[in-house]
Design a protein around this ligand. Structure first.
Ligand code: GH3
Ligand code: MG
Ligand code: MG
Ligand code: MG
Length: 313
């Protein structure tokens, strides 16, 4: 009987692994000042197919968070130097509860301490010594939540940000740049005569053009640029720290990169496709990010009126 139970358990685990691959690929940072605690956690997480990074103090943790795109932080409270509470507060200055979940781990079961953890921005809290299954269940839930949010920000066809995510990011960047008096530009792009491509080669071929456009844009963009599908065959670029002049250069580089070679659209058929772009930047009088979008949109209209395959301001 014991043997069968063991087998069943193994089968259940391996099935679960396959079904939950998305969760299992999550990247988790374990922060604890005691190396034995880190070891125990790392072993458990690795066994469950999570990617694990470790830090033994707050500063190290905050540094790593800046560099690695994490899905969860497991944070010890009692640490020399910065406490887990302080680290969590620092994390929350930059990342919301859904952007980077924090699971606090501590030996202190005092109610006030638990509540303090949540006040500092923890998503969840577990008291040492913990049950392995409970910890894993909590981790799984937090990672699932993070994945669900991530999915809701992405355009399924092209894999880049969707309009909703872009609008949120644009708002944050706009406010930051206005406060710091820094340049900030937006580019609106629209495929030329896309209807004709769809009508001639079909919707599926049209979809491939959208995917190809994204790939050709990415060849030109920097990692700090935000590239999103605004809707249909319209795309938008948010360029932090970028003047109008430089934004025009970027848009022009993209325009040329898209048009420089044909793409295979059907068996034995290659086509060239083009885009038009409108560029705008924030000025001293700009009050909202929508104003910048409207200006970029007007410029895009001008590019279309002027014959397409053009960048206008
Ligand atoms: P213009 O040069 O003035 O931009 O003309 P256009 O034909 O590109 O523009 P219009 O706005 O008239 O047509 C856009 C077309 O894009 C209409 C719509 O069917 C198509 N479209 C929107 N979303 C998708 C999509 O996800 N896939 C495909 N294949 N087509 C799409
Ligand atoms: Mg500790
Ligand atoms: Mg359009
Ligand atoms: Mg179009």
């Amino acid at each position: 009987i014991l043997k069968r139970q063991f087998l069943l358990e193994q089968t259940a685990i391996s099935l679960e692994k396959q079904e939950d691959r998305a969760e299992a690929e999550a990247k988790i940072l374990v922060v604890d000042d005691e190396s034995i605690n880190i070891q125990v956690l790392v072993n458990q997480l690795a066994l469950n197919n999570y990617y694990v990074a470790t830090a033994s103090n707050g500063e190290e943790a905050l540094n790593l968070i800046e560099k690695v795109n994490l899905d969860l932080v497991i944070l010890d409270v009692m640490m020399p130097g910065m406490s887990g509470y302080e680290v969590c507060k620092k994390i929350r200055e930059k990342y919301s509860l859904v952007e980077l979940p924090v699971l606090m781990l501590t030996a202190n079961s005092q109610l006030s301490k638990v509540c303090m953890g949540f006040e500092c921005g923890a998503n969840d809290y577990i008291i040492k010594p913990f049950e392995k299954q409970e910890l894993l269940a909590r981790i799984k839930t937090l990672v699932m939540m993070k994945n669900a949010i991530k999915q809701s920000e992405i355009d399924p066809l092209t894999g880049i940000s969707n309009r909703r995510h872009m609008t949120e990011l644009a708002e944050v960047i706009f406010n930051q740049h206005r406060e710091e008096n820094k340049a900030f530009s937006i580019v609106m792009m629209d495929i030329d005569n896309f209807k004709k491509i769809n009508d001639t080669y079909g919707h599926v071929a049209g979809d491939h053009v959208l995917i190809e456009l994204v790939s050709r844009c990415k060849e030109v963009l920097r990692s700090t640029d935000i590239f999103a599908r605004y809707g249909g065959e319209e795309f938008s670029l948010i360029l932090p720290n970028t003047s109008l002049e430089n934004a025009v250069k970027v848009a022009e580089k993209i325009r040329v990169n898209i048009n420089k070679e044909p793409m295979k659209i059907a068996e034995n058929k290659e086509i060239y496709f083009t885009i038009s772009s409108g560029v705008a930047q924030i000025t001293k009088n700009t009050e909202s990010v929508e104003e910048v979008y409207n200006m970029a949109d007007k410029a895009l209209y001008k590019a279309k009126e002027g014959g397409k395959n053009k960048v206008e301001v």
